[in-house]
Ligand binder design. Structure first.
Ligand code: NAD
Length: 255
């Protein structure tokens, strides 16, 4: 079950954290994985090398999802090379925390151009090839889009107004695109991770982490591998009847 043999998957921001775990898990199920990065080519190469050493197929592709032209060009090149991209994991995201009174316009722009516009650009460009069956394998048609939202989209959080708004926007976007493309065999879902142990959460003090764990019924912070497992499921043929949904992987923090 959940095999992805013959599929091509793009993971934006795939060089570390949740994205890296998703890339590894998709490759372990047989997908050819394109690991996108914006900075840190070495980390992306290391992620791809780890996949190939484990017997999987991976390559790297650098572009900034917030740069629409660069993203369009890179994605068109990837579609040309691979024929189609079957799975989009729109994972690239940033958080710039601060109370509303201190939020700067440029921070709002950076958050929205990465988290929201970057995701929509990838979805828009890749949807074109997902709508066409593969020339070489007609059974390969349709596609899977998975938008990395956050538990904060639905709960809100002090100091994360802009981040929460950008991640909540992804929920509305996933539901709308799911309706637009359902007849083309493309499913679009959002993943809502809770607090996950990655570089993004590393900056928290042990006291902050302790406070958060108190809010999680399962009593622990989650792992990137647990998000990756949900990603593989949503990307699989077995999840073909699931679209426009939010899959919450948060230890019960928001139910
Ligand atoms: P991370 O900071 O380790 O990884 C984010 C990745 O996105 C990095 O590889 C980064 O280089 C990449 N990225 C950032 N801006 C980019 C851009 N403009 N173009 C291309 N790539 C870009 O964080 P993470 O914890 O692995 O988070 C991954 C995703 O999951 C993010 O969207 C984040 O908002 C979301 N998320 C994380 C948590 C958590 O607790 N860690 C919880 C909920 C949601």
């Amino acid at each position: 079950m959940f095999r992805l043999d013959g599929k091509v998957a793009l993971v934006t921001g795939g060089s570390r954290g949740i994205g890296r775990a998703c890339a590894a898990a998709l490759a372990a199920q047989g997908a050819t994985v394109i690991v996108n990065y914006v900075r840190g080519e070495d980390a992306a190469r290391a992620a791809a090398d780890a996949i190939t050493q484990a017997g999987g197929k991976a390559e790297i592709c650098g572009f900034d999802v917030a740069d629409t032209k660069a993203t369009e060009q890179a994605l068109e090149g990837l579609v040309e090379k691979h024929g189609r991209i079957d799975i989009l994991i729109a994972n690239a995201g940033i958080a710039i925390d601060g109370l509303l009174l201190r939020v700067k316009d440029e921070d709002l722009d950076r958050i929205f151009s990465t988290n929201l516009r970057g995701t929509l650009t990838c979805a828009r460009v890749l949807s074109k090839s997902m709508m066409r069956p593969s020339k070489t394998d007609p059974k390969r048609s349709g596609g899977r889009m998975i938008f990395m939202s956050s538990v904060i989209a639905e709960m809100g959080n002090v100091g994360q107004t802009a981040y929460a708004a950008s991640k909540a926007a992804l929920l509305g976007a996933a539901k709308s695109i799911a309706r637009e493309y359902a007849s083309r065999g493309i499913t679009v879902n959002a993943l809502g991770p809770g607090f996950i142990d990655t570089d993004m959460t590393q900056s928290m003090t042990p006291a902050m982490k302790e406070q958060i764990v108190k809010m999680i019924p399962l009593g622990r912070i989650g792992s990137a591998a647990e998000i990756a497992a949900a990603c593989v499921f949503l990307a699989s043929d077995e999840a073909g009847y699931i679209t426009g949904q939010v899959l919450r992987v948060n230890g019960g923090m928001y139910v």
